[in-house]
Design a binder for this molecule. Structure first.
Ligand code: ATP
Ligand code: MG
Length: 450
């Protein structure tokens, strides 16, 4: 198939928009006689005038040749060797053009011990387990997930190359898999989440036939590796489009497939959905103002309302203290999540602590505030209090109090309380001289990535 080649005059990508390390890498590969393309999401985003999250390069240089060309190169990956070029504060990924599994090479897992390991490995249900063959630039483009992600920018003549329908789909704002959606989503179910992510973050529409296939195949998402699903979950929710993402996950059936109990709770009462949507909208707003939430804060925004409700039910039903009821509720929720998604233990623990912290923040005036502010979970806990205040108008007085406190005596956040004992005492003495109820300027939300 002949690709569509748009010369420099016919497209809007300028080298000024590009990361200088990526550009230098492209030039060096070109100057040594190799083909060098910018590929993937960065070409899509440059054409849309968005800032790319990363710049990926594909080339016909082999990993060995790349290593010889760049002193800052480290080869990574066992199955498919990728070159990582280490610059001062970033890594640029350079990969050799790859091909997808040819139809006659769909080996199954039952490879004899003495035979060479297969270059492609597909499980009984068609999911690709291994995929590591060098290919042509065209093969490399066509193995990518969506047409809009398969565009390339050629440093040789500054043209944009389209082997599928990426340019027209970009214009019409359509997410369309390359090839048969059923096959592509079966090969890699995570592509369904990627479709949702791009639709929500770029305000695109998933092509209708693809959407139908996605709805049919949504239960298969649980076949993807749990650790990968956690990474995808963060990409889905932390970058400014959590609210629309939740809507698409829900209507596609992916939410029910990933988290059946949570999905049931969400639909148990119309207020539940509204609570979670409002929380996610606040996180989206935070992102637009330059703050990426920590994974724990995101989980608190998503699960907090349900966990708090479950805690209250347990407290009343079993007559146990809040802390004990909360611990049990968290354990049950996290247990359900862990069947499909690996939530690192420290993130699960931080989530529990953030919710456990809330009564201490609500208490007015708080006890030993400087010491509370020195706790590692303080920043996320205060951000969660802010969500409740901004999304639902709850505990506004407490939020104002803490903002005033922080603006006058900024705490050292993220260190163990014991290390701050002396500072805490000094702050406490100073604070006694001013009234608790006078709010000062509102402190900026202070969240950190865990
Ligand atoms: P982002 O803006 O989030 O970085 P992206 O499209 O660049 O979006 P990456 O995860 O950085 O996404 O992947 C880079 C490129 O690799 C994609 O644009 C796509 O061409 C290809 N790719 C990534 N994941 C898959 C997948 N699961 N199946 C096929 N191709 C993929
Ligand atoms: Mg990318």
């Amino acid at each position: 198939m002949h690709p569509l080649i748009i010369s420099r005059k016919g497209h809007s990508i300028s080298r000024k928009q590009m990361n200088s390390n990526a550009l230098r890498t492209l030039y060096r590969l070109r100057d040594y006689g190799f083909i060098a393309y910018l590929v993937g999401g960065c070409v899509r985003d440059l054409l849309l005038k968005r800032t790319p999250t990363d710049f990926d390069i594909a080339t016909n240089a082999t990993p060995g040749q790349i290593k010889r060309l760049f002193r800052n190169c480290r080869l990574v990956g066992r199955r498919f060797r990728l070159a990582h070029l280490h610059f001062k504060d970033e890594i640029i990924e350079v990969s050799t053009f790859r091909a997808a599994a040819p139809a006659d090479e769909g080996e199954t897992e039952e490879t004899g011990q003495n035979r060479k390991p297969p270059r492609h490995l597909i499980d009984d249900d068609g999911m690709v387990l291994r995929d590591n063959v060098f290919g042509t630039p065209e093969e490399d483009a066509l193995r990518r997930d969506f047409t809009i992600n398969a565009l390339a920018y050629n440093i040789a003549d500054f043209s944009v190359i389209d082997y599928s329908t990426g340019l027209s789909d970009l214009k019409e704002r359509i997410i369309r898999p390359i090839g048969d959606p059923f096959v592509r989503f079966t090969e890699d179910p995570v592509r369904m989440l990627r479709a949702v992510r791009f639709a929500a973050s770029h305000n695109f529409v998933i092509e209708p036939a693809t959407w139908e296939v996605l709805r049919t195949l949504s239960p298969t998402i649980s076949r993807a590796a749990p650790a990968r699903l956690y990474e995808e979950l963060l990409k889905l929710f932390l970058f400014g489009s959590g609210r629309p993402v939740l809507g698409l996950l829900d209507t596609s059936g992916l939410l029910a497939a990933l988290f059946p109990g949570f999905s049931q709770w969400l639909h148990g009462n119309s207020r539940h959905l509204m609570l979670v949507q409002a929380n996610l909208a606040c996180l989206d707003e935070l992102y637009r103002n330059g703050t990426i939430s920590s994974p724990a804060l995101f989980l608190a925004a998503l699960l907090g309302p349900g966990l708090e409700a479950a805690t209250l039910v347990r407290q009343r039903r079993d007559g146990i203290p809040r802390q004990q009821a909360l611990d049990a509720a968290c354990a049950i929720f996290l247990e359900e999540f862990s069947k499909t998604v690996t939530i690192p233990a420290r993130v699960g623990d931080r989530l529990r602590r953030v919710l456990a912290f809330q009564p201490s923040l609500h208490r007015m005036p708080p006890r030993r505030p400087a010491s509370l502010a020195g706790r590692p979970e303080f920043a996320d806990s205060l951000a969660y209090l802010r969500l409740a205040a901004e999304a639902r108008g709850e505990n506004r007085t407490a939020l104002e109090w803490w903002d005033a406190f922080l603006s006058e005596s900024p705490p050292v956040v993220g260190t163990e309380p014991s290390g701050n004992e002396a500072t805490a005492k000094r702050r406490k003495r100073r604070r006694r001289r001013r009234p608790h109820s006078v709010p000062a300027a509102v402190a900026a939300p202070n969240t950190e990535r865990q």
